[in-house]
Design a binder for this molecule. Structure first.
Ligand SMILES: [Mg+2]
Length: 319
């Protein structure tokens, strides 16, 4: 793992989530191989956005940070209230208007808005058909805020953050796995303990899987040797996590992975965002990070100052 202080890794992680979200946005809904290679920020015709515009993935991550940093506690009801504010007023949308929100998220927030709570969300949405990546796309916030806690605590809060809109245990476990990886990177950086990608893969193998869906992928030796054709970058939470981590473990630089991940197409912005969060934490922190393509993408990111301001909120409460 490249060396660097935790605060710099947190800043880089959040920025890279937004960058890969914006980079992948134009490829969202496009089949792999059906569009010219993306290596720079392009207009997003899906939502008529200019180049560099981030989407719901970044908005939801900022909203979760907003809740965690404002309340200084963990309140599912407060998180849902902020998602509602985004859906109804465009709060923390890059355009000022909400777009790209997932179906499960809309349904769950509607339940909260009409006085429901976790039990009601569970009754309505605890099913396989509601295993999209809506909670995984934002859970980086939990990793960045609670990285210094015990790993079990971070994983439990990841599960709780998922249950606000995505209560199925597959969604919850995917969020826990992601937070385990990112928080491990930050804890090792803080302790100046060396950790390799092989160590992170071992963590995934050693995890006691609750769900066969995730265990059948990440509990298996050499899963990262899969061919690209066997990697689906869809909105199913299991495949989104697999695609993002397959790219992270199979590439050697942030830029190489970012180009690879967004060009997988399909749910390219969200898979990109999931990749960007962990890759930014891994590679970030050194002086040399913001050079070349990474520098260009950051300069082209719309409302970069908003993302940076939220990174500072995290740094203030978490370092
Ligand atoms: Mg999106």
């Amino acid at each position: 793992m490249p060396a660097g202080p935790v605060a710099a890794k947190i800043r880089t992680s959040l920025l890279c989530l937004a960058i890969c979200d914006a980079l992948g946005g134009p490829a969202e809904f496009q089949p792999r191989g059906s569009f010219p290679l993306i290596t720079s920020m392009q207009a997003n015709r899906n939502f008529r956005l200019p180049p560099g515009a981030w989407t719901d993935d970044t908005s939801m991550t900022l909203l979760l940070i907003d809740s965690l940093s404002s309340t200084r506690t963990f309140s599912e009801a407060d998180q849902a209230a902020r998602y509602l504010r985004w859906l109804t007023t465009g709060y923390l949308s890059v355009t000022g208007v909400c777009f790209d929100a997932g179906n499960a998220t809309r349904m769950a927030v509607g339940i909260w808005a009409s006085g429901g709570g976790l039990d009601d969300v569970r009754k309505a949405l605890d099913k396989k058909a509601c295993c999209g990546n809506g909670s995984l796309m934002r859970v980086l916030a939990v990793a960045l805020v609670f990285w210094a806690e015990a790993a079990e605590t971070g994983c439990e809060l990841a599960r709780r953050s998922s249950a606000v809109t995505h209560p199925h245990r597959v969604c919850q476990e995917a969020c826990a796995l992601y937070v385990l990886l990112v928080s491990t990177i930050l804890r090792c950086a803080a302790a100046r303990t060396s950790v390799t990608k092989a160590d992170l893969l071992q963590l995934l193998r050693d995890w006691e899987y609750e769900t066969t869906e995730l265990g059948a992928i990440f509990g298996v030796e050499n899963w990262i040797d899969k061919e690209e054709i066997d990697i689906q970058s869809t909105g199913y939470v299991v495949y989104s996590l697999e695609a993002a981590l397959w790219v992270f473990f199979g590439t050697d630089s942030f830029v190489e992975g970012a180009v690879k991940v967004v060009n997988l197409g399909d749910d390219a912005d969200t898979v990109g965002a999931i990749y960007g969060g962990i890759a930014g934490a891994w590679y970030g922190g050194g002086d040399a990070f913001w050079e070349g393509k990474a520098k260009e993408w950051k300069e082209d990111l719309l409302k970069c100052d908003v993302v940076e301001a939220f990174a500072e909120k995290v740094v203030r409460i978490a370092t």
